[in-house]
Design a protein around this ligand. Structure first.
Ligand SMILES: Cc1cc2nc3c(=O)[nH]c(=O)nc-3n(C[C@H](O)[C@H](O)[C@H](O)COP(=O)(O)OP(=O)(O)OC[C@H]3O[C@@H](n4cnc5c(N)ncnc54)[C@H](O)[C@@H]3O)c2cc1C
Length: 419
């Protein structure tokens, strides 16, 4: 054996050991599908591949050992629910026969059909599904990385440790302090998410520190989702507490003086929550899947197969969204079902069928009241993309009923993706 071959052999041996540890070595399968990322897209794809074709070996590689939901994480920030309520493990997927490997994917070699794991060596696949979510372009806001390292400036735009940290900062904020939320230009993950965050934190202030302020500085000219409903809630519920300013793009931050520099002026705050511009998760870049604006991965919406790398399917926030399609958990869950069905058809020598999917997105505007937007997206043969069908729309008004549907939606999508 040459040195290179020996190293490769050792890596493959390590990967096999990881799979034996995951519990299914020795079973004979029709083909192996590897899924990268166990968020809404990846977890759902892994589950439905096994449900719809138990003859497939499905390996899910996820760097975190628990799933943490971004949906409802804004309620954790406001103190209206807990981290434990939005977290769960991967045992539900294991019960479906998915081999869950807790590791980081560091490289994809599409020619050799292998992925490289940080700890566990190389893993071969017949089809690969990549659902890595997002990574941030910190460099677009000068000073962001050092500000974040100081622990004073957070995004909390991936639910997890930063959600805890931001909650702590809000609890420690003096009554009369200013919380600034900076929103990047669209497209970004979850269009209504920042406005929901501003609303529920405003309710927390109203109850617990009523002299404090929420200042929303949006790089977009106006609220990008459910604008009428959000603005009505802010006017009715949080006058004097929540202030919204459109066309205010962050360009630099200084944690030492807690100053956010906008294109036109500098503003000081006590809590700086800056969501940086972002694109597809880093592994998509390493795998050569990025096609557009150096950020997003274009796909064939009938199969979710990458337009850049054949045999690799991309899901969720990492995709170049089709017209009027939000980057949402709801969409990632639907993308996963398109991909699972297509992979099964392709591996069986058949052609994938027609595609039509649904998005529903709830946002809380107070602890109990929510608003909703829904849309249906279908394949358009002429323009060769998914297009929103007429219909859909938003709630007539905010209500507690929508709030209880929002909790049901969350419990259902967690179960559909992970149990
Ligand atoms: C505050 C907030 C509120 C939101 N609210 C809603 C809502 O109410 N409704 C809604 O529909 N959507 C909501 N969203 C959006 C939703 O969270 C995302 O659209 C969804 O998570 C996208 O799914 P995904 O699979 O693309 O990415 P993710 O769910 O982020 O999953 C990606 C996974 O890949 C893993 N990963 C990445 N790279 C690697 C690697 N190299 N190796 C191993 N693992 C890797 C990550 O650890 C992660 O677990 C919200 C988002 C935020 C930030």
């Amino acid at each position: 054996m040459t040195r290179f071959e020996r190293r490769d052999f050792l890596k493959l041996a390590a990967a096999s050991a990881a799979l034996s540890a995951a519990g299914c070595a020795g079973t004979s399968y029709k083909a192996r599908v590897v899924v990268v990322g166990g968020g809404f897209g990846g977890a759902t794809a892994a589950k439905y591949l096994r449900l719809w074709d138990p003859a497939l070996e499905v390996v899910l590689v996820e760097r975190a050992n628990v799933f943490t939901s971004c949906p409802l994480s804004n309620l954790v920030l406001a103190g209206f629910t807990t981290m434990d309520d939005i977290r769960q493990g991967y045992d539900g997927l294991r019960r479906h026969g998915v081999q869950v490997v807790n590791d980081e994917v560091t490289a994809v070699d599409a020619a050799r059909k292998t992925i490289r794991l940080e700890r566990g060596g190389d893993l071969t696949y017949d089809r690969l599904i990549v659902s890595p979510g997002i990574d941030f372009n910190f460099g677009e806001i000068q000073g962001y990385e050092s500000a974040m390292q100081s622990g004073r400036v957070l995004h909390a735009w991936k639910a997890g440790s930063q959600t805890f940290e931001l909650r702590k900062q809000l609890e420690q904020l003096r009554d009369g302090g200013v919380y600034i939320l900076s929103i990047p230009l669209a497209p970004y993950r979850c269009p209504p998410g920042p406005y929901e965050r501003a609303s529920v934190i405003a309710e927390y202030f109203k109850r617990s520190k009523p002299r404090s302020k929420v200042l929303v500085l949006d790089a977009n000219p106006d609220v990008t989702s459910k604008a009428g409903l959000f603005k009505a809630a802010w006017k009715d519920l949080y006058p004097g507490i929540l202030e919204y300013r459109g066309a205010n793009k962050a360009v630099a931050v200084d944690a030492a003086t807690m100053t956010l520099k906008l294109e036109v002026e500098d503003i000081k705050g006590d809590v700086l929550n800056i969501v940086p511009p972002h694109g597809a998760g880093e592994i998509a870049r390493k795998a050569g899947l990025i096609t557009t604006n150096n950020r997003w991965c274009d796909v064939d919406w009938r199969t979710m197969e990458s337009k850049a790398v054949p045999g690799v399917h991309v899901l969720g926030d990492a995709t170049l969204s089709a017209p009027a399609m939000p980057k949402s958990a709801s969409m990632a869950n639907n993308h996963a079902k398109i991909a699972a069905a297509a992979v099964i058809e392709v591996l069986s020598g058949r052609s994938p069928g027609p595609v039509q999917i649904l998005n529903t997105c709830y946002s809380f505007v107070s602890q109990k009241e929510a608003i909703r937007v829904s849309s249906v997206h279908a394949w358009d043969e002429k323009d060769r993309t998914l297009k929103a069908l007429p219909g859909g729309g938003v709630s007539a008004a905010r209500s507690e009923a929508e709030g209880s549907y929002a909790w049901s939606w969350a419990r259902n999508i967690w179960a559909d993706s992970l149990d």
